[in-house]
Design a protein around this ligand. Structure first.
Ligand SMILES: *Cc1c(COP(=O)(O)O)cnc(C)c1O
Length: 363
């Protein structure tokens, strides 16, 4: 059996529902971010069934996949658009996140050509040092937009915990709200969205500490993997196993834990280091680093430990549960975000198995 990734749509609906209900208490709408699944239409539909107000994606190719898969809701483009793709952005997305005046001008021209209106959420740099207009430049960018037909300023947003790992706080998100107030005064109309970030803003929301003016979040990982992203903590009442990887055992043998011989480079150019734990029952599974980031694999059976892997082999220590397994059996794992991305990538060797199931109640 080739390695398989099963995708539980019902667990994704459940996670979305819980998070949307929590956000709703504070007047916060959620865009479901499907980029971890490369715009998988089934996953987006599950998020919509769970109550998100729209879907957000980082790439136009994923937006195309969503539309071809029958997703008709408003779509946001998360990665600030390339100047060269302005026409496609206007044709395919309803709203995009932006920080460059030249790109906004190109979106305006494209919108006029296509007879469309395109929504702009202006990103503000609040310390994480990825995309965003510097606060001191906001006023000038808004003024320039006054003369840009076809595009409409629909909100202000920020993105934290991505490049710099900067944690969202009442202070930095409060600054976003203050800038939104200034922009509303300057442009004479209130902004529809004050978009306070991604899954790393959830701990604040759940503690009731998100500044009151924030009315929108963009959530991907928390819905898909059931955890917040500041510390990677599992969120109560959410499933962490919406995605389960199943692999087959192709060798099981008792072997020493120390390699025999002089140690040089391993197959990825590193000098490996080992601890002597005596003889251990080792299993090899049919997946490897060519498939995904194996550091993100967590065996569902807690007695199994991942020892490491090469391009095509995953090495497991099954000593504590050896009587349960024989060659040909399968082993299951929960996966991390980068492993999810690699497994879901269209054309990956991992077979995707979209499942619906009757869920046990979760408190
Ligand atoms: C990826 C992304 C998100 C979603 O992040 P998660 O951590 O998956 O919730 C939100 N906003 C932007 C701009 C993004 O690039």
């Amino acid at each position: 059996m080739a390695a398989q990734l099963s995708v539980s749509l019902d667990k994704i609906v459940h996670n979305t529902r819980q998070l949307c209900a929590a956000a709703d208490r504070y007047g916060v709408a959620i865009s479901g971010v499907s980029k971890g699944t490369w715009g998988c239409p089934d996953v987006a539909a599950a998020m919509l069934a769970g109550g998100v107000s729209g879907i957000a994606e980082s790439r136009l190719e994923n937006i195309a996949r969503l539309r071809e898969g029958g997703i008709t809701c408003p779509l946001w483009l998360l990665r600030i658009p390339a100047l060269s793709e302005a026409d496609d952005v206007v044709a395919m997305a309803d709203i995009s996140l932006n920080s460059e005046p030249a790109v906004i001008a190109a979106l305006s021209a494209a919108a006029v050509r296509q007879g469309k209106r395109h929504g702009i959420v202006l990103m503000v740099e609040l310390g994480d040092l990825r995309e965003g207009v510097l606060p001191g430049d906001l006023s000038a960018v808004i003024t320039a937009m006054d003369n840009a037909p076809g595009v409409e300023l629909v909100g202000l947003g920020t993105n934290l915990s991505c490049f710099g790992g900067v944690i969202p706080t009442p202070y930095n998100l409060g600054r976003l709200c203050a800038y939104a107030q200034q922009v509303a005064e300057q442009s004479g109309c209130s902004l529809r969205y004050i978009s306070g970030g991604n899954s790393s803003s959830l701990p604040l929301l759940l503690k009731g500490e998100l500044p009151a003016a924030i009315n929108h979040l963009r959530l991907g990982e928390s819905i898909l993997l059931g955890r917040e992203t500041v510390h990677g903590t599992a969120l109560d009442g959410l499933y962490q196993d919406c995605f389960i990887l199943t692999v087959e055992l192709i060798e099981i043998k008792r072997k020493p834990s120390l390699p025999a011989g002089e140690i040089g480079l391993d197959s990825f150019g590193n000098v490996p280091v080992f601890t002597d734990r005596g003889e251990r029952m080792r299993a090899i599974a049919n997946i490897g680093r060519a498939d995904m980031d194996i550091t993100g694999l967590v065996p569902l059976e807690k007695e199994i430990a991942v020892i490491g892997g090469s391009s095509d082999h995953l090495l497991l220590d099954i000593t504590d549960i050896e009587e349960k397994y024989k060659v040909g059996d399968s082993v299951r794992f929960a996966i991390g975000y980068s492993a999810l991305l690699q497994a879901m990538r269209p054309g990956s060797c991992i077979h995707k198995n979209i499942v619906r199931e009757d869920l046990p109640a979760i408190s």
